[in-house]
Design a protein around this ligand. Structure first.
Ligand code: ATP
Length: 948
């Protein structure tokens, strides 16, 4: 088959019939391409990927950096400072040795640097998101070399035969070879929200629009119903979607609520800074009535304006969120939308599916239950090795009509594939169905053998709403009649689903090799048995069949699925995931309520919920039917009490999540099916399943669980809390320092005569920028990777609407700012006095300014070390858990000393040489900052222990 020449890119596939399309692509509908041919074509056509057009371009990222009001204000400060220098130059007022425009150039340089840093960090974040997107690339079922296998969608090639079913996102353009109730929503391409019914057996006029080509599927569209086999005709950029180069599954990087709040904060700070400038300038002029002071006052106010703005903060926040997503992906939670990192920390209720998330989704059939007997089945896993035992004695089920018919229904009414891979039995498809195939195979009823004898002619597919499915097969040879005493009709329908639903559609029952009318007693007997099994936490399915003279219409499922013949029940065990019990406990101590929402029977759900600690015996269980009868208000009055919702349909999930939100809960909701998408979108955190989830549900989600595990949600919540705590930690740290700087400058005007006279404040704009960006910025970055505090999951969730200053943050910031100011102002008053008196040996009398500058910087080092924990003393913390903080403190201190002792830096930054004893004063005073914070912790501990 190799040596395939590329068909013309303009081939009108919709005008060809299936045979013609297969021939053009040199493919085979029953075997697909060989692996080797697929590899060759992959080289020929390239991978099936759209060239990136989403996300922000590099330019956009760069420009965005300068949309920040704080940077704009800095540019303003640089300009005013430049103008002041021009005036000084023209008036000949420049001090000897002073370089003109130094502040202007430095501020502009730092604006550029800040922009560049922000740019690098944000493009890294974009790249990380792009990488995450790669990870969530869908898997596709294809026929290769006669076997069904799952491949990454990017390895699809033209000529591949792919299998699609409800929930799949179509990964390439293709000609439909077979369609069973196949309905596809093509909104991504045509904008039309209604799903289109597809048909394989027709050809369409050449000039038909994509929306009318009902024998084709297109990349990026969603299968909402049914099943189909599709011949891939176009991949990558050669698809319809590729042609319009649309970006369909972009990972959104919208600003997080926190980033929005930070924008508001920066606006407030800038406004505050401008008001301060106005007060200093206007107030100063009014009080002194001396316009000659204007220049001095302007200079002072420029320093204050620079001091107010936390220049390093935006970059630190971006980095922290990016680090958060990385930590989460290491714990198997893939973040699709950045805001989720933060919202996770606020989650109060986690609504989880049962099957697969709370349980292992490794089903094993335990026994069959026909009206006459209930044989047990031995064996573990999907390997078809086991026996059927009736009262301890081995039986051959294939020889008994009741069991044989039931097992046949298990095999025929089934869309999954049981196969051996590398010596291990695996399931392609739904594990529930896999378990049924295994059970039948244990009795010697292999699916392959029946597929050819009883070809499927129609079906009514399974959906969580219908909770049942039916398959209609042709029995031309009357095979079933001879083998199993079924009636001799040309067609047969097999139905399986939730036992109550299947049973209510039955009028007859299979007893031995006879079909009899079903009695009321038999009905109650079956339902009782169902409840008993479900009460033990087992998943139970009911089976029935119906002889048919013709094939029912695809749209008449209600009519067709009536007057069935009851076959029996099959129960299966889906053990809870062992780690979930612990995760549920952690949820409880963290003030998060776990809730189970399942399509399964209420007794099964309750039994498993109790086993896992989600519910207690006697807790209210709400059933889908009851929920449907409730108004939304009634539901809202129930949601606080109900921990288990059973037999619910996906649209109920939406109502539950809305009701929870109405009562003030922040709800996370899991989902895997197509119809779960609205609930996932509505939830504060929509969580899709990475393994079993449909592409549609992943698209709608904020987060994808790579291992489908409930425990992973809890870990992600923990990470979310850590991120939020760390962000608050460095905001406290950075803004506390800003407050200290502003107060110190303001105090200098009042307390230091030289400042009032010359307008030369202790801290120049350049020095302030240095502090805010370097000596505050580096330790803040290190604080962003601080590991979780032990109590992070022992306290209630953060309130999502809470202000960034809530829970004492604002008070802390102001308190620490004032302490920092007291220390630096006291040092300033002393140093001014001391240095003006001790100028012997050529020491500069202005070096008091450098003492203030150095003290402020070093005090922040003490602050950085102490703020690692809010409650534990530094000596109680393991110093090795965050070596970055120590590294940042050492590096920053060295840099600060370089500014004082390296001559060119000294000249540039306008600092003055300090003798050793004066440096020691700075170190000593700075250490007091550390001591103060540690004392605060002790005081709080003492106060609370007394209160208790
Ligand atoms: P969860 O919602 O926790 O994942 P679930 O898997 O039981 O639980 P659904 O997949 O919505 O939820 O299934 C609902 C019900 O439909 C099941 O309890 C079962 O009775 C029935 N059912 C499940 N799978 C199939 C299937 N493949 N064919 C027929 N009926 C099924």
């Amino acid at each position: 088959m190799s040596g395939h020449s590329l068909p013309s890119p303009n081939t009108a596939w919709h005008t060809l019939d299936t045979v013609g399309s297969l021939a053009t692509l040199n493919s085979d509908r029953t075997t697909g391409l060989s692996e080797q041919e697929a590899a060759t074509r992959l080289e020929q056509y390239g991978t099936n990927e759209l060239e990136e057009s989403g996300g922000r371009s590099s330019w956009e990222i760069l420009i965005d950096q300068f949309k920040n009001v704080m940077l704009l204000m800095l540019i303003g400060v640089a300009l005013v400072s430049g103008i002041l220098d021009i005036i000084a130059l023209t008036q000949g007022n420049l001090k000897p040795g002073e370089v003109p425009f130094k502040d202007t150039i430095a501020i502009l340089a730092i604006v550029v640097l800040n922009g560049a840093l922000g740019y690098i960090q944000e493009s890294r974040a974009e790249q990380a998101l792009a990488a995450l997107k790669q990870l969530s690339s869908p898997r596709v079922r294809v026929l290769r070399g006669g076997r069904v296998s799952e491949v990454d969608s990017k390895y699809l090639v033209p000529g591949d035969v792919m299998l699609v079913e409800a929930g799949t996102q179509v990964s390439a353009d293709g000609r439909i070879l077979e369609a069973a109730n196949l309905q596809i929503r093509e909104a991504a391409l045509t904008g039309e929200a209604e799903a289109v019914s597809k048909n394989a057996n027709i050809t369409v006029k050449e000039d038909a629009m994509p929306a009318d080509r009902i024998n084709m599927t297109y990349q990026g569209t969603e299968v909402v119903n049914g099943r189909g086999t599709v011949l891939v005709t176009g991949t990558g950029m050669r698809t319809e979607l590729g042609k319009i180069a649309a970006q369909i599954q972009g990972v959104e990087s919208e600003p997080t609520p926190l980033q929005r709040r930070m924008d508001q904060l920066s606006q407030a700070l800038v406004t505050g800074a401008l008001i301060l400038v106005a007060i200093v300038v206007v107030g100063g002029l009014l009080i002194s009535r001396n316009f000659g002071l204007l220049q001095n006052l302007l200079q002072t106010s420029l320093s204050m304006a620079v001091a107010v703005v936390p220049e390093g903060l935006p970059a630190v926040i971006t980095v922290t969120l990016a680090i958060g997503t990385q930590r989460m992906v290491r714990r198997n939670a893939l973040i699709r939308k950045l805001p989720a990192v933060e919202t996770l920390g606020s989650v109060t209720t986690i609504c989880s599916d049962k099957t697969g998330t709370l349980t292992q989704n490794k089903m094993v059939v335990q026994s069959l239950h026909t009206i006459s007997a209930s044989p047990k089945i031995t064996g573990q896993g999907y390997a078809p090795d086991g026996e059927f035992l009736l009262d301890g004695t081995k039986i051959i089920p294939a020889e008994q009509p009741e069991f044989r018919a039931l097992l046949l229904a298990c095999t025929v009414c089934n869309d999954s594939i049981l196969q051996q891979e590398a010596g291990e039995w695996i399931i392609l498809g739904d594990p529930t169905e896999g378990a049924l195939l295994t059970a039948a195979a244990k009795a010697g009823l292999e699916r392959d053998q029946w597929n050819s004898k009883l070809p499927r002619v129609a079906e009514f597919p399974f959906s969580s709403d219908r909770k049942r499915m039916s398959v209609i097969v042709e029995d031309a040879a009357g095979l079933l009649q001879s083998e199993t005493d079924f009636l001799a009709t040309p067609y047969l329908m097999f139905t399986k689903g939730s036992p109550e639903i299947v049973l209510e559609r039955c009028q007859q029952i299979q007893v031995g090799d006879q079909v009899e009318p079903i009695t009321q007693v038999q009905r109650s007997q079956i339902l009782e048995r169902n409840n008993e099994l479900a009460g033990n936490g087992l998943r139970v399915l009911g089976f029935a069949y119906k002889p048919l003279q013709g094939v029912p219409s695809e749209t008449d499922e209600e009519g067709a699925e009536q007057d069935l013949v009851w076959l029996g029940l099959v129960d299966m065990l889906d053990a809870p995931r062992p780690e979930v019990r612990e995760a549920v406990k952690r949820c409880r101590t963290a003030g998060i309520r776990p809730v189970m929402i399942t399509g399964d029977h209420q007794l099964t759900a309750s039994a498993i919920a109790q086993d896992l600690g989600i519910a207690k015996p006697g807790d209210e269980v709400l059933i889908g039917r009851e929920l449907e009868a409730m108004s939304q208000q009634e539901l809202e009055s129930h949601v606080d009490r109900v921990s288990v919702y059973a037999r619910v349909a996906p649209e109920h999930k939406l109502r539950i999540v809305q009701a929870l939100q109405k009562t003030g809960q922040i709800a996370a909701m899991t989902g895997d099916g197509v119809n779960d998408a609205p609930a996932l979108k509505q939830a504060d955190i929509g969580i899709a399943m990475g393994i079993t989830g449909t592409d549609v549900s992943k698209e709608a989600s904020d987060m994808v669980l790579l291992d489908d595990n409930f425990a992973t949600i809890v870990s992600a919540t923990e990470e979310g809390r850590v991120v939020y705590t760390n962000i608050r930690r460095f905001i406290k740290y950075i803004l506390g320092s800003n407050i200290g700087e502003v107060i110190t400058i303001a105090a200098s005007v009042v307390l230091i005569p030289a400042v009032a006279a010359t307008g030369s404040v202790p801290l120049t704009p350049l020095q302030i920028l240095w502090m805010n960006l370097v000596t505050d910025g580096l330790p803040a970055l290190a604080l962003a990777v601080e590991p979780a505090e032990p109590n992070v999951m022992n306290r209630p969730p953060n309130h999502p609407g809470e202000s960034i200053f809530a829970r004492g943050l604002g008070a802390y910031m102001i308190r620490i700012g004032i302490i920092l100011a007291i220390l630096s102002v006291a040092t300033m008053v002393w140093a001014y006095d001391w240095t003006t008196k001790n100028t012997a040996g050529g020491l500069d009398p202005d070096r008091w300014k450098t003492i203030v500058f150095t003290t402020l910087c070093l005090a922040q080092m003490g602050h950085a070390i102490a703020i690692r924990s809010n409650s534990r003393l530094t000596i109680e913390l393991n110093p090795f858990t965050n070596l970055y903080v120590w590294g940042a403190v050492v590096l920053t201190s060295i840099l600060q000393l370089a500014l004082v002792y390296v001559e060119p830096l000294r000249r540039f930054f306008g600092t003055h040489y300090l003798p050793f004893d004066e440096l020691m004063v700075c170190v000593g005073v700075s250490a007091l900052m550390f001591v103060w914070i540690e004392m605060e912790k002790l005081f709080i501990r003492f106060y609370f222990s007394k209160k208790r």
